[in-house]
Design a protein around this ligand. Structure first.
Ligand code: SIN
Length: 289
């Protein structure tokens, strides 16, 4: 049972995780007790959305820096003059693959993947353009004790090669793109991460894998690892673990990459969508054994 909030209004989403937070202005520096409650709400709900928060670039950067030091964002060119802001933009005429349109936890192949991602809505389409989130704590907790024990000792291999590699999805895509993505052989990089991640604050365990970035399991042949991964992906993406986030202009959403995966949904062809994104540095992912 968590203590009540004194400085914020926190309305949990009906779907089991995620919450809307009101009663504060993100454009101004937050007083320490307010910031503490934002952090607590984030730990409690994993995905926080803050409606009606107009923010300049400088204000988005300043709020992000209050959460923690900026993360490193490879494979996409940031906004000119704002090295920590990525513009997630799609123009009405674009037919190419959407950025973020495969389930993933941001940059999970890095040694220290970002703990938080913040996304601020500038232009939202009149239809579609939702972001879906899956709760990987509850997906893990739903497994049998025997399966959990097996997974607890495994390390999964993560790589950006399927998306950003020279033979990856973005490279195959011939359509025009408003975003400047980095594509090439450097995306052959790969790193083993604990398959079950211990969250450093909540101390809960979460599945730490995703269909686009997880390419295998250390020590297993592909015919062993892929069926296991496919089973786990199907479990993570069951409706009961998914929250569909609808955007409105000036809404800021902050999610925890350590215990969620997300997916940028479509359904808005012919319309513009513009979001500004920052990340907060995380730690080396911690396993449970
Ligand atoms: C992302 O994956 O960071 C982008 C999500 C979105 O555009 O909804």
């Amino acid at each position: 049972m968590t203590a009540a909030y004194r400085h914020l209004r926190v309305r949990p989403e009906a779907h089991g995780f995620g919450a809307a937070v009101t009663g504060l202005r993100l454009a101004e520096p937050l007083a320490p007790p307010v910031l503490d409650e934002v952090r607590r709400a984030w730990t409690d709900h994993s995905v926080l959305c803050f409606p009606d928060q107009p923010l300049s670039h400088a204000q988005l950067e300043a709020f992000t820096a209050q959460i923690g030091p900026f993360g490193h964002d490879p494979y996409a060119t940031p906004l000119e003059g704002h090295p920590h802001i990525l513009e997630v933009r799609r123009e009405p005429g674009e037919t190419s693959r959407r950025f973020g349109a495969t389930w993933h936890s941001d940059w999970s192949f890095l040694e220290t993947p970002p703990a938080a991602t913040l996304l601020h809505a500038k232009v939202t389409p009149p239809v579609g353009g939702d972001t879906l989130f899956a709760d990987t704590y509850r997906a893990y907790e739903s497994l049998s004790p025997v399966m959990r024990r097996l997974l607890d000792g495994l390390r999964a291999i993560h790589s950006p090669r399927r998306s950003h590699g020279s033979k990856g999805d973005f490279a195959k895509d011939q359509g025009q793109r408003a975003m400047d993505l980095v594509i090439g052989d450097q995306a052959e990089e790969a790193r083993a991460q604990p398959l079950v991640r211990l969250h450093p604050v909540s101390r809960r365990r979460a599945l730490y894998i995703s269909p686009i970035y997880t390419i295998g399991i250390e020590g297993m042949a592909e015919e062993e690892s892929q069926p296991l991964l496919d089973f786990l992906f199907a479990r993570m993406l069951e409706d009961r673990f998914i929250y569909r986030h609808r955007w409105h202009p000036h809404m800021l959403t902050m999610w925890d990459n350590r215990c969620t995966i997300h997916y940028a949904d479509g359904g808005y062809d012919g319309h513009r969508r513009v979001m500004h994104r920052t990340t907060v540095a995380g730690e080396v992912p911690m396993g449970v054994q």
